[in-house]
Design a protein around this ligand. Structure first.
Ligand SMILES: Nc1ncnc2c1ncn2[C@@H]1O[C@H](COP(=O)(O)OP(=O)(O)OP(=O)(O)O)[C@@H](O)[C@H]1O
Ligand SMILES: [Mg+2]
Length: 257
C-alpha cells in the first residue's frame, strides 16, 4: 500500500482512465507535503492495470526550464520521432524559411523548437506556436492508442510554459479524444471555456481519518498500535508528510518504498 486514504481521487482517476466518465483532465491542487507527487506515483502504477495499452508520459514541470520546447521534445522522445510527421514538417518549414538562424545547423530537436519559438515579436511567436501545436496534436491524435500525460509541479513551470499549458495545450487536449492529462501543483491552471467541461479539480486536504492511517500502518508492517497512530495523526494535524516522517523516525531502521 503506497498511500493512506486518497480513495476518492484514485477512484476518479480509474474511471477517467477507463473512459467511464466524460472528463479527461484531472487537476490536483494542494499545499506542499499533502501528497500530490505520491498520488501521481500511484496513478502511474495503476495505468498498466486499468489501461494496458496506454502510453504513459510523466513530466516534472520543474525540469522544464527550456519551456514549451521541453514538452514537445519529451513527448517526441517517448513516442518516437516517426510519430511526428506533421510536426517535423512544420518545424522544418520554419527552419528552412530562415527563422533568424545564423547557424542553420542547429543540433537537436529541442534546440530547433526553441529557436523557432524564440521570435522577437510576440505575434510571430504566437503564430509559430499555434502552427506547431496544431501539427503536434494532429500527430498525437493519429496515434492509435490512449496517451496519458502526468504533469507534476505545475507551480514551478516557467511562466510562458504555464500560460501555454492552461491555454493552447489544454484546448488541444480537449479536441483529442485519445489524450488524458493529470496536472498537479500547489497551483493548477485556471479553467478556460475551451476545456473546463472536460476537467475536474481535486484539492488534497490533510488526512485525519485514523482508520485510514491505521490500515496503512498495518499494510506496511509498521510497529504502531491504533492508539499511537491516533496520537500521531492528532498532534501532526493530519499532515501526511509530517506523519510519514514521524513513522519513519519512530520505526527505527524501517525504510519506506
Ligand atoms: N496519502 C499518503 N499516505 C502516506 N504518505 C503520504 C501520503 N501523502 C503524502 N505522504 C508522505 O508525504 C511525503 C510528501 O508528499 P509529496 O512529496 O507527495 O507531497 P507534494 O504534495 O508533492 O509536495 P510538494 O508540493 O512540495 O511537491 C511523501 O514522501 C510521503 O512520505
Ligand atoms: Mg510534489
Amino acid at each position: 500500500m503506497r498511500l493512506a486514504n486518497r480513495t476518492r481521487e484514485v477512484d476518479f482517476f480509474k474511471k477517467m482512465l477507463r473512459g467511464e466518465i466524460s472528463q479527461r483532465i484531472l487537476l490536483i491542487q494542494a499545499a506542499s507535503g499533502m501528497g500530490k507527487t505520491s498520488l501521481l506515483a500511484e496513478f502511474a502504477s495503476l495505468c498498466p492495470v486499468h489501461a494496458e495499452a496506454a502510453i504513459l508520459v510523466k513530466i516534472n514541470l520543474k525540469s522544464a526550464q527550456t519551456g514549451i520546447a521541453y514538452i514537445f521534445s519529451k513527448l517526441q522522445s517517448r513516442l518516437g520521432e516517426d510519430s511526428f510527421t506533421k510536426f517535423n514538417e512544420a518545424l522544418s518549414k520554419f527552419l528552412s524559411a530562415g527563422v533568424e538562424v545564423a547557424d542553420n545547423q542547429i543540433e537537436g530537436t529541442e534546440n530547433q523548437i526553441q529557436v523557432v519559438l524564440n521570435a522577437e515579436s510576440e505575434d510571430i511567436r504566437n503564430f509559430r506556436l499555434s502552427q506547431l501545436q496544431r501539427a503536434f496534436f494532429q500527430d498525437l491524435q493519429a496515434v492509435k492508442k490512449q496517451i496519458l500525460m502526468i504533469l507534476d509541479t505545475f507551480n514551478e513551470a516557467p511562466i510562458n510554459l504555464a500560460d501555454w499549458i492552461g491555454g493552447g495545450f489544454l484546448a488541444e487536449v480537449a479536441e483529442s479524444n485519445n489524450i488524458r492529462v493529470v496536472i498537479a501543483g500547489q497551483s493548477v491552471p485556471k479553467p478556460t471555456i475551451e476545456w473546463e467541461d472536460l476537467a475536474d479539480t481535486h484539492c488534497l486536504d490533510r488526512i485525519d481519518d485514523i482508520e485510514a492511517w491505521h490500515l496503512f500502518v498495518q499494510a506496511r508492517g509498521l510497529p504502531f498500535e491504533r492508539e499511537a497512530v491516533k496520537a500521531f495523526v492528532r498532534v501532526l494535524n493530519g499532515n501526511p508528510d509530517a506523519i510519514m516522517k514521524v513513522f519513519e523516525s519512530q520505526a527505527g531502521g524501517w525504510k519506506h518504498e
